[in-house]
Design a protein around this ligand. Structure first.
Ligand SMILES: [Zn+2]
Ligand SMILES: [Zn+2]
Length: 350
């Protein structure tokens, strides 16, 4: 491990070219490019990436459903790596430290939301892999104040999905409240983590998949869900709350119909197709529909501490970085069991 400050970062950066998968225009495949390695500015860390999770949000960015990316853009916001060098003023991390870089990459610290402790709703946020280049690359820079140490019990591959699927999923779980019977619609990366946490908390989990997706249903049952079925099926008991991770607006009335009076339906995704008109009777009875937006750093600390205390089995489907487009295609087609994670080709071995 090099001593802090021992590395002539500037000289290295001038020469080093690093591989990155780059979005030049939404709706087009990522391009496999070599770009000069950036340097950490004041307050930043430069991280050598060892794994980066593939999140549905990346798909929404690449497909143009989220409309404010910087371009060109390196996607990816579930980044695990080692600190290579640090910028001026960084005290919390040193070269060689393992860090995680999540979706929340920067906030203004001055708006009413930031001051009230709701930095997830900041009026001028910066998100990793959206306004800041992310982890579909060999190196990434990040604001040190928004990076986290990771629990030691998780490999780099397994830790990557904790950083969005895990911690935004955990925020969604908290929004669902202290309930006994929890439904989850869409059984992908976030659901497979949330289901385990909910089980550990003593809740019964009911998993709803695409109709006929026997593999996803078997996966859900293997993780301890009480029941698994198609999203067109009724649960065996009325649900106290439901989380919808699938980006399908038509599931909102479906979930409301499955939830008891006073129950909550939490929408866990950043983008969803239009929610269809529905009879008021589905919402009547003090049922609540709410979204969950982004994360706070407090969410990340709480979830990573929980993941350290209680082991979560992370199902990973690894891809080499250069196959990022194939990984995104698999996610788009709903053909992943667990979480896709990219590994730089130089580290890839079968
Ligand atoms: Zn703010
Ligand atoms: Zn994400």
């Amino acid at each position: 491990m090099p001593a802090r400050g021992a590395m002539p970062a500037e000289d290295h950066a001038l020469q080093a070219m690093v591989r990155a998968m780059v979005l030049e225009r939404p709706g087009t495949p990522l391009r496999d490019m070599r770009r000069p390695r950036s340097q950490p500015a004041s307050g930043q860390v430069l991280v050598r990436v060892s794994a980066c999770g593939v999140c549905r949000t990346d798909l929404h960015v690449v497909d143009g459903e989220l409309t404010a990316p910087k371009l060109p853009l390196v996607p990816g916001h579930e980044i695990v790596g080692r600190v290579e060098s640090v910028g001026h003023g960084v005290e919390a991390f040193h070269p060689g430290d393992r860090v995680g870089i999540p979706w929340l990459g920067g906030t203004c610290g001055a708006c009413a939301y930031c001051i009230a402790g709701h930095e997830n709703l900041c009026d001028a946020p910066q998100f990793t892999g959206y306004q800041i280049d992310g982890g579909y690359a060999e190196y990434a820079t990040a604001n040190a104040d928004y990076c986290f140490a990771l629990p030691a019990g998780y490999s780099d591959l397994a830790a990557a999905p904790l950083l969005c699927a895990g911690l935004i999923g955990y925020r969604a779980l908290r929004m669902a409240g202290d309930v006994a019977h929890l439904g989850i619609y869409g059984f992908g990366a976030a659901a497979h983590i949330v289901a385990q946490v909910a089980r550990q908390q003593g809740r019964s989990v009911y998993a709803f998949t695409r109709p006929g997706d026997a593999d996803a249903q078997a996966f859900a049952l293997a993780l301890g869900c009480a029941w698994a079925g198609g999203s067109d099926a009724a649960p065996p008991v009325p649900l106290d709350a439901a989380i919808i991770f699938a980006p399908v607006g038509g599931l909102v009335p479906t979930a409301l119909a499955a939830v008891r009076k006073g129950g909550v339906v939490v929408l866990g995704g950043i983008h969803m197709s239009a929610i269809p008109a529905m009879p008021y009777a589905l919402l009547w009875g003090e049922r609540v529909v709410r979204s969950v937006a982004n994360l706070t750093r407090a969410d990340a600390q709480a979830f990573l501490a929980l993941a350290a205390r209680t082991p979560i089995a992370i199902e990973v489907v690894p891809f080499p970085l250069s196959a990022a487009n194939a990984a995104l295609a698999r996610l788009r087609e709903g053909k992943l069991t667990g979480a896709a994670v990219l590994v730089p080709d130089v580290l890839w071995s079968d």
